[in-house]
Ligand binder design. Structure first.
Ligand code: NAD
Ligand code: 6OD
Length: 496
């Protein structure tokens, strides 16, 4: 039995991790966490409030003054390598925890999400050891000059507010650079996915990360741990991944504190498929970008624009592939499609399936709920769905759904498709498919997003700048770009 998840009367308890110890809420409040694949109870989660956030802020401020604040970059990096190794040693526990929370197939946890969680610690442990320092020799009237240089110091206490769609990967994408730069963190995991953030507390203790450096307070957003964290004057910066409207609420909550924010928000990403593309590769990629993680990927494609000469063939090919996706138990090797994260999210996605019908879409495939037997019958399943025939103003073409679905429209010219791809309030990512590389460069430069893939999708190099334009985010994280957010630059001018 682990420290974090005690097993009383067969019920797992997910506890807060504050100042190096697992604890319950001061008022003992908890909420239920269910597995979305079969609706069975995974456990009871401690529900944090003001008292837990206050304690976590106190612990993380104290830790900044303690051994953590005195460590060299090399010592911190060495510890972060140990964190990565310990996640790898406890790989099966992390896979099981994330599977229970999300219901997604084991293969995806094993090959993508959990290894990335470990890799994030190694990459940022390396990045901080190679930070260039700028310096200038400044002329002075007496001819002696001055030396101007800049040092980077940690921001302080960073609040890390996380979504549920790739819990460990997205949390460590923030926690790893924050710690590498010498900050302390308070993580508020999504209420839907308490598992891996809690396990990471055990990992931090096991490898000797000092108390108070990594803290976890479970709970909800509004009027709960999330909002209390964003309003706390003892928090120096907030990094958040989630919905755009939550980002707006967080900005308002912290406005009086004039505090730095880094936001990775929603999207309505377009895929642009030209007739000269490698057809089979483009279809393969569309299957992934539309249906991976049951469509719950911020970088996923919900709008596909396909050049008219290959439009009918492309729609038919994607339909065939969508219909071979196999929902099933997360442990089963044959499962290629998981559930949505919750019944509540399923209601939202199904409301869009209904809106598409009302707005006159041709439902190429799906549009309903698959029939699953036995324990899975209670899960949050929906069918992979493809629509055509809607105007650009339709709800399912303009609003983020975050489900396994897309609208496919034909286009006739480069200018037209650029205009249509850009006709959205979001600007996270796009994928362009063509063998004409001049055209690929031209179109990529004109689509207003933070990340463009050409002849690929979700091909990540963790050193590259990651983030969105327009309402998809503020700031960039990744490689040295994370240093801009997780450190403060200080200019020191020495008169010689
Ligand atoms: P969400 O905004 O509902 O919740 C995210 C987190 O914010 C949760 O921990 C939640 O408890 C907390 N929260 C909610 N209201 C809050 C408030 N008022 N104050 C403080 N915290 C609050 O998002 P979600 O449903 O968990 O995730 C899905 C969304 O995340 C989608 O919109 C998706 O596009 C986006 N996302 C973006 C990226 C990216 O990199 N741009 C990555 C993954 C997910
Ligand atoms: O790969 C990443 O670093 C990243 N931030 C992925 C985001 C996935 C969104 O669902």
């Amino acid at each position: 039995m682990s420290n974090s998840a005690s097993n009383q009367s067969s019920t797992v308890q997910f506890r807060h991790f504050i100042d190096g110890s697992f604890c319950d809420s001061s008022d003992n409040r908890t909420f239920l966490k269910r597995n979305p694949a079969d609706n069975r109870i995974v456990g009871h989660v401690a529900e944090g409030g003001r008292s837990e956030i206050d304690r976590a802020v106190q612990a993380s401020r104290t830790a900044l003054e303690g051994p953590w604040g005195k460590m060299s970059v090399e010592e911190r990096s060495a510890l972060l390598y140990k964190v990565a190794d310990e996640i790898t040693r406890r790989f099966d526990d992390f896979v099981a925890a994330e599977m229970a929370d999300t219901g997604q197939p084991k293969s995806m946890m094993e090959h993508a999400f959990i290894p990335r969680g470990a890799a994030n610690f190694k990459i940022f442990a390396d990045v901080v050891k190679n930070v260039p320092n700028e310096s200038f020799q400044t002329p002075t009237p007496d001819g002696a000059g001055a030396l101007n240089y800049a040092i980077r110091v940690p921001k302080g206490v960073v609040g890390v507010i996380c979504p549920w769609n790739a819990p460990l990967l997205l949390m460590t994408w923030k926690v790893a650079p924050a710690l590498a730069c010498g900050n302390t963190v308070i993580v508020k995991p999504s209420e839907e996915t308490p598992g891996t953030a809690t396990l990471l507390g055990e990992v931090m203790s096991a490898v000797g990360i000092p108390d108070g450096v990594y803290n976890v307070v479970h709970g909800f957003g509004k009027d709960s741990a999330g909002e209390l964290l964003t309003q706390h004057p003892g928090v120096d910066a907030i990094t958040f991944t989630g919905e755009t409207r939550t980002g707006a609420a967080i900005m308002k909550a912290g406005a009086d504190l004039i505090r730095d924010v880094s936001f990775e928000l929603g999207g309505k990403n377009a895929g642009v498929i030209f007739a000269d593309c490698d057809f089979d590769a483009a279809v393969d990629s569309a299957v992934r970008s539309v249906f991976l993680n049951c469509g719950q990927v911020c970088l996923g494609t919900e709008r596909l624009y396909v050049e008219r000469p290959i439009f009918d063939r492309f729609v038919a090919a994607l339909k065939d592939r969508a219909e071979t996706l196999k929902p099933g138990h997360p442990e089963a090797k044959t499962t290629t499609l998981g559930p949505l994260i919750s019944q509540e999210h399923r209601n939202k996605v199904l409301s869009y399936y209904e809106k598409a019908r009302q707005e006159g879409a041709t439902v190429v495939t799906g549009g309903g709920v698959p029939k699953l037997e036995g324990e899975l019958a209670e899960g949050a399943w929906v069918e992979p769905t493809i629509w055509t025939g809607l105007p650009e103003t339709a709800a399912v073409v303009t609003e983020e759904i975050f489900g396994p679905c897309c609208h496919i429209a034909p286009f006739d010219s480069e200018e037209e498709v650029i205009r249509r791809a850009n006709a959205t309030e979001y600007g996270l990512s796009t994928t362009i498919w063509t063998k004409d590389l001049s055209r690929a460069h031209r179109v990529a430069a004109k689509i207003d997003v933070g990340i463009t893939w050409v002849n690929s999708w979700f091909l990540r190099d963790l050193r590259t700048p990651f983030g969105g334009s327009k309402q998809s985010g503020i700031g960039r994280e990744g490689g040295v770009h994370s240093l801009e957010f997780y450190t403060e630059l200080r200019n020191i001018c020495v008169k010689l």
